[in-house]
Design a binder for this molecule. Sequence first.
Ligand code: ATP
Ligand code: MG
Length: 437
Amino acid sequence: MRGERPTSARIIPRAEHGISRSNISEYALKVLYRLSQGGYEAYLVGGGVRDLLLGREPKDFDVATDASPEEVRRLFRNCRIIGRRFRLAHVHFGREIIEVATFRGLAEESEGNDKSVSANGIVLRDNVYGTLEEDAWRRDFTVNALYYNIKDFSVVDYTGGMADLKAGRMRMIGDPAQRFREDPVRMLRAVRFAAKLGFRIDPQSERAIRELGYLLEEVASARLFDESLKLLLTGNGVGTYELLRHYRLFGHLFPDTELALAEEQDNFPHTLLLNALENTDARIARGQPVTPAFLYAALLWEPVRREAELFERRKMPSIQAMQLAGDAVVARQVKRVGLPKRFSLQSREIWEWQERLASGVGGRAFKLLEQKRFRAAYDFLLLRAKSGEPVQELANWWSRFQEADEAQRQTMVRANSGGGARKRRRPPRKRPAKAAT
Ligand code: ATP
Ligand code: MG
């Protein structure tokens, strides 16, 4: 508990840890040195320190200082102050941004603070400046609260983060239930780091997560969207998805999908989600671009497919059924996780195109192939086929059509025009009899 915290830090001297300046971005070093020369304290903190200590390449470098944002701005011309909830200084170097945060205090303990807490304990604002020590105790996990001091290259550890780092443990600072209530996104962060680092979540935090998952439903949908990308679209999607389900958090983010998963047959749609995430992870590992639209198309596919089926049973044309189903599922989903319209429009196109690809194996195939949505829709069709949906033949046809020369294409299209083509207009929409492994 916070009240029982020790009052002194463990200082790990340069000779006893593995952080070398050669692994720190030159811009982060520049910021640290200039702050220090300006008479301020300056530390590298957060994921940067954690990842360096683990011998991993940090995603970004965060700096903590006793200089106020205005004082930081005075030192750097290329600096912008951002944020309403937390005021931060962003120092820009071309495309790289070094985030500089002023030490924050524990607002409960300071006078005249402007921290406000909602009825259910969620912190709305905490902009109270504090000391290095206070800054350490208000962070989320002990392994995220280690500071690299530019003055003597030591690591400062108030919360026992070094020991947890060595033990591979995500341990919440303070009382986990209280800290998750303050900010439910910390539950997602626990899972994200556990999956990324291969760490275990400590039992007390685990228990709190199992109990408090529902609090995610109170978090702003835009923030959950940002977090969903960090969870599923940064290279550890498969492991993160599995942990999210294990801790029963997934359903609070994707309730329709969770429902479909609960009724899974022969491992579908579980297989489709795993294949989609595996695919995404592999693309990221190869440095290829990934898009939220494709991921969300996969996440919501089963709910959309089911809803479209209901419309079709009422004799609605299939493209229209898919459009209406897409509208309905997206409308429900964005209340929870605020997928921006520019992405949801693309997801919907991918779904509608599944119908186009099914009915377009005649003369229209040439036109479809030229359109800019073809690639994503075709990739999605492959994903469905691989996951056990009965569309393998259709997917093969489109694969062959793309590889064929003009004459072969004409032959393929002719074979589907006239009497025979109608029959294969749509593949059966039944659940697959046997899922692919
Ligand atoms: P990565 O950047 O690799 O995703 P990170 O740990 O650096 O991981 P950031 O979101 O960049 O994560 O946050 C930087 C630091 O700020 C964290 O390490 C943590 O100390 C603190 N922090 C971030 N979010 C919270 C939160 N919700 N509650 C408490 N502390 C937080
Ligand atoms: Mg970071």
